[in-house]
Design a protein. Structure first.
Length: 317
């Protein structure tokens, strides 16, 4: 009797093993039974990394009691609510999709502190400021009275502002200043007028340099303007044409009219490394119709010199 019971138990164990074996193998290969849909599905996982590390992770409201970085494995395909919490930081949450047999990477989560560091750069009362990509050590600030421009070192603890120029009358609708690559000149424009302001240097103060300040007055509205890479010329685009102004000092300049324009809503971008102007304009196509398109004008040193020579050759008697 005892031997028969043992045999029955043995066969039951064998049968149970073979019944469970497929499920064991499926589980080992990342498959699970989807109870919502009553089918076998391959699981996915979520990889979570935060800056800084060490955030507590909650999945669908359940505290996993693990901290970032971590991989959450064995997840059925679907959407999950993920929450990260770290003391002294704002929580981060998002609905995350998990896909069958794939990893969802969340490896660039940034947690922001509840007590950010705030540092005052200077004590100047200002109306506006500008930081230029080739001179990121300083901010150029317009005073609140709009009659002076200051230069402020951004990483200094002294909070001092150096006066560059004063006795100005900057219009309230001037939105932007343009600094030359040599950092010795600024210009701003509004409507049909562009003002060039020379800045003090190690050898010359503002009183000595401001004799070079001058105005460019166009007959049409100025839509855009850019410094040429050598800081000695300005490229000006109006509603009617593109011009190049060569600055000669003492309020003088040479002017070249490059191209006639027809666009009443122009846009432009200038590549300073290549001295190339990209702009929109309306030009007549091969079909005889006018089309608004994107154009490229190469005004690099080689092409500019050859361009000027072509003009000179054409005007010779």
């Amino acid at each position: 009797m005892e031997q028969k019971i043992r045999a029955i138990l043995f066969y039951l164990a064998v049968i149970t093993f073979f019944i469970l074996l497929p499920f064991i193998l499926l589980y080992s290969f990342g498959y699970k039974l989807d109870l919502n849909r009553f089918r076998i599905a391959k699981t996915g996982l979520i990889y979570v990394k935060s800056i800084p590390d060490g955030a507590n992770v909650f999945l669908n409201g359940k505290n996993l009691k693990k901290a970032t970085p971590l991989s959450i494995e064995g997840l059925m395909p679907g959407e999950y609510k993920l929450l990260l919490e770290l003391e002294a930081y704002y929580p981060w949450q998002q609905t995350v999709s998990v896909f069958s047999g794939k990893t969802t990477y969340l490896d660039s989560i940034v947690l922001f502190t509840r007590s950010p560091h705030l540092d005052k750069v200077n004590t100047l009362d200002l109306d506006n400021f500008y930081i230029f990509p080739f001179d990121k050590e300083y901010a150029y600030c317009i005073s609140d009275t709009r009659n002076a421009i200051y230069k402020v070192r951004l990483n200094s603890k002294e909070h001092e502002a150096d006066l560059l120029c004063d006795q100005l009358d900057l219009p309230a609708d001037v939105k932007e200043l343009f600094l030359s690559q040599d950092k010795n000149k600024l210009f701003f424009f509004r409507n049909n007028r562009l003002e060039v302001i020379y800045l003090p240097t190690e050898k010359l103060d503002y009183q000595q340099t401001k004799i070079n300040n001058f105005s460019i007055i166009e007959t049409a509205r100025i839509a855009y303007a850019f410094w040429y890479s050598d800081s000695g010329r300005i490229i000006v685009g109006t509603d009617k044409e593109i011009k190049i102004y060569e600055l000669l000092g003492q309020g003088k300049s040479n002017t070249i009219s490059v191209l006639e324009l027809h666009d009443n809503r122009p846009r432009a971008f200038y590549d300073y490394e290549e001295d190339t102007l990209y702009f929109t304009d309306v030009q007549k196509g091969a079909d005889g119709k006018w089309h608004r398109g994107l154009y490229r004008l190469d005004v690099g040193k080689k092409s500019l010199i050859s361009f000027i020579r072509d003009i000179e050759d054409n005007i010779k008697p």
